[in-house]
Design a protein around this ligand. Structure first.
Ligand SMILES: C[S@@+](CC[C@H](N)C(=O)[O-])C[C@H]1O[C@@H](n2cnc3c(N)ncnc32)[C@H](O)[C@@H]1O
Length: 202
């Protein structure tokens, strides 16, 4: 995974111009970045080559680092929307993805993922540990049946993680995906991260 200097420039701008630069830097811990590289690698193996350029929605997209890494991965992508409930994330994520924002390929949107209607080809939620099971069930129910779903969670016990999974099997049980085409686990220095790729219907 290569990060180019032009994108790096806008990453630095986004951090510098954040209200809380230290908090924005939390998105760049090694475990965070490695989890996103892992997601991109596994998605690249299962993506639908015959389809049109995919539209991707990232729910709980935070400050937009995953979107930027996807744009830089070399994968063919039409547009990415990054949806986050925290209004502070919108400006930072748009700055983080300034090159694609300027060309209309990226938008950060402030919304609760549970009430946001996505019609993207690929829907990513790497913030599963930040919503309750009831919220997750509502969220999954809103996802189009033919969208590919990519989920990540972890076993990292901190107060803001309200629904961790103690292992991959537990994460599968929580996630209710009927058709799982990839499942795996990544050990980071602080925690284990779990990922599922699949569809909500068979
Ligand atoms: C700390 S961040 C991301 C952590 C995640 N492990 C990752 O690497 O992507 C979690 C994000 O989820 C967002 N979030 C929490 N509940 C949400 C909801 N109901 N709708 C949209 N975003 C939400 C938070 O605002 C925050 O930006």
């Amino acid at each position: 995974m290569q990060i180019d200097l032009e994108h790096l420039h806008y990453w630095m701008c986004a951090i510098r111009e954040s209200q809380d630069p230290k908090r924005t830097l939390d998105a760049f811990w090694r475990g965070q970045i490695n989890s996103k590289i892992w997601l991109i690698e596994e998605y690249s193996k299962v993506r639908n080559y015959s389809a049109n350029l995919p539209r991707i929605d990232i729910h709980g997209g935070w400050v937009g680092v995953l979107a930027s890494m996807l744009f830089q991965s070399g994968l063919k992508i039409d547009v990415i929307n990054s949806i986050d409930i925290d209004p502070n994330c919108e400006k930072i994520a748009n700055q983080m993805n300034q090159l694609e924002y300027q060309t209309g390929r990226f938008r950060a949107i402030t919304s609760d993922m549970c009430s946001y209607t996505s019609n993207a080809d690929v829907i990513i939620n790497t913030s599963c540990e930040h919503i309750t099971q009831d919220e997750y069930n509502i969220w999954l129910n809103n996802i189009p049946k033919n969208s590919m779903i990519i989920l990540q969670s972890n076993d990292y016990q901190i107060p803001e993680h309200i629904r961790t999974a103690s292992n991959l099997e537990k994460f599968k049980e929580q996630s209710h995906l009927k058709n799982i085409i990839y499942s795996g686990e990544l050990k980071t220095q602080m925690y284990n991260r779990y990922m599922l790729i699949g569809f909500s219907d068979v």
